[in-house]
Design a protein around this ligand. Structure first.
Ligand SMILES: CC(C)(COP(=O)(O)OP(=O)(O)OC[C@H]1O[C@@H](n2cnc3c(N)ncnc32)[C@H](O)[C@@H]1OP(=O)(O)O)[C@@H](O)C(=O)NCCC(=O)NCCS
Length: 363
């Protein structure tokens, strides 16, 4: 019996949604190169592409924008649930709990639909913003119908209509992280619905998986790494010692990309446009250069490069977003990919059921 720990290299499904080309460092959504999509399309257009399989015309785009707006407000019972949660509960656990409770809505009975996907995608930014306002003890800024998805999210977080440059930066990040093949959280979602469970259970599983530091939790680890290096004043020493101790450097390495992560390249470009000269960005670029060199020396042949989380952390810092919001924001965008995969899994379902090899003794 051959054991493939972590299912490394195993192809467990066919998909029309996205392609991660790890050797050439390319990411494709429904046939379109991600670099091209981030240049000219909005969050709503690319979400439409992922759900429906083609880019929308003007009327279809307006229809999606309207539907997202109609679903933004939290129903009263979800607000009550958030109000009852302990203040110490972290934001990912709050999202997981509230989305799970949203499953009590009879709307989700029967087969999963794109309307369900739209509603779930629409709710996440409001859950995050409402919880943030509640923790900070200030008035909640209700969603604004004159703002699109990304700018409304920033508006709800800050209470101010965001700068165009900030919307563009966050929109690039969100577009680059909408979908990424059979990553751990998408796999969780597909496993859950492969039992013919419902879409809300699927995304609830995915949120729980996303929370872990090796997946969605990495960006806050990147900030910790950069802060530690800034404090120590010697990037090479800190990095070397961490690797020698067997620690993983947050923001580096990837299961599929064995070259530079194209999302990291795109985000770095965006960041340079956004902030220009900046001490913190200079530190990030210096750490990137040193880390890649030291990883190559101490872990030869493992092809460890910067991943999306490294520059995601830098973008969010430039937007003055607190580290506690990094993974939740990733969740807000990946909800699109999860739901697209859930719909695809349901169309041609086979239950996921790998085997394990017993290594205990027979008594
Ligand atoms: C993403 C990740 C989980 C991929 O893991 P993986 O494909 O299972 O790769 P492995 O953990 O088997 O690593 C292979 C080797 O590279 C090393 N390695 C991988 N990522 C590393 C990192 N970030 N820092 C230091 N060493 C790393 C491992 O220690 C291992 O070394 P070994 O052969 O001496 O045992 C892993 O690279 C990681 O934990 N990165 C940091 C967290 C992160 O940034 N996550 C966001 C991903 S988008």
């Amino acid at each position: 019996m051959n054991v493939q720990k972590g299912l490394k290299g195993i192809v467990a499904a066919e998909t029309l949604i996205g392609h991660v080309d790890g050797e050439n460092g390319e990411l494709i959504y429904r046939g379109y190169e991600i670099r091209e999509l981030t240049k000219s399309y909005s969050f709503e257009e690319v979400a439409y592409l992922l759900w429906y399989g083609y880019l929308p015309d003007e009327g279809q785009l307006q229809g999606l924008k309207d539907e997202l707006k109609r679903n933004r407000e939290l129903p009263e019972y979800l607000i009550k649930i958030i109000d009852l949660l302990p203040p110490s509960m972290d934001m990912m656990s709050v999202i997981r709990t509230v989305i799970s409770a949203e499953g009590g809505n009879s709307e989700y009975e029967g087969i999963a639909t794109i309307s369900h996907a739209i509603r779930l995608t629409s709710l996440v930014p409001t859950i995050i913003a409402y919880r943030k306002s509640q923790i900070e003890g200030r008035l909640f800024e209700h969603p604004r119908d004159d703002l699109d998805h990304v700018s409304n999210y920033l508006y709800m977080l800050t209470g101010e209509v965001p700068l165009e440059a900030h919307v563009e930066a966050l929109e690039s990040y969100m577009l680059l992280t909408l979908e990424h093949g059979m990553n751990a959280s998408t796999f969780s979602a597909r496993v859950t619905v492969s039992t013919e469970s419902d879409i809300v259970s699927g995304v609830t599983s995915a949120i729980g998986t996303m929370k872990g530091p090796l997946h969605g939790g990495a960006p806050s680890g990147v900030i910790d790494l950069l802060n530690e290096i800034a404090l120590a004043g010697d990037a090479e020493k800190v990095i070397r010692e961490k690797i020698m101790r067997g620690e993983k450097l947050m923001g580096f390495g990837h299961r599929v990309y064995k070259t530079r992560d194209p999302r990291a390249i795109a985000l770095k470009t965006k960041l340079l446009e956004l902030v220009g000269e900046d001490e913190w960005l200079d530190l990030a670029m210096k750490v990137e250069e040193v880390a890649i060199r030291v990883l190559e020396e101490l872990k030869p042949g493992r092809s460890l490069y910067t991943n999306v989380e490294f520059y995601a952390a830098a973008i969010m810092k430039a937007l003055e977003m607190e580290p506690e919001l990094f993974t939740p924001t990733f969740t807000a965008s990946r909800m699109v990919g999860w739901t697209a995969h859930i719909l695809e899994q349901a169309e041609n379902n086979t239950i996921f059921r790998p085997q394990s090899k017993y290594i205990g003794v027979l008594k």
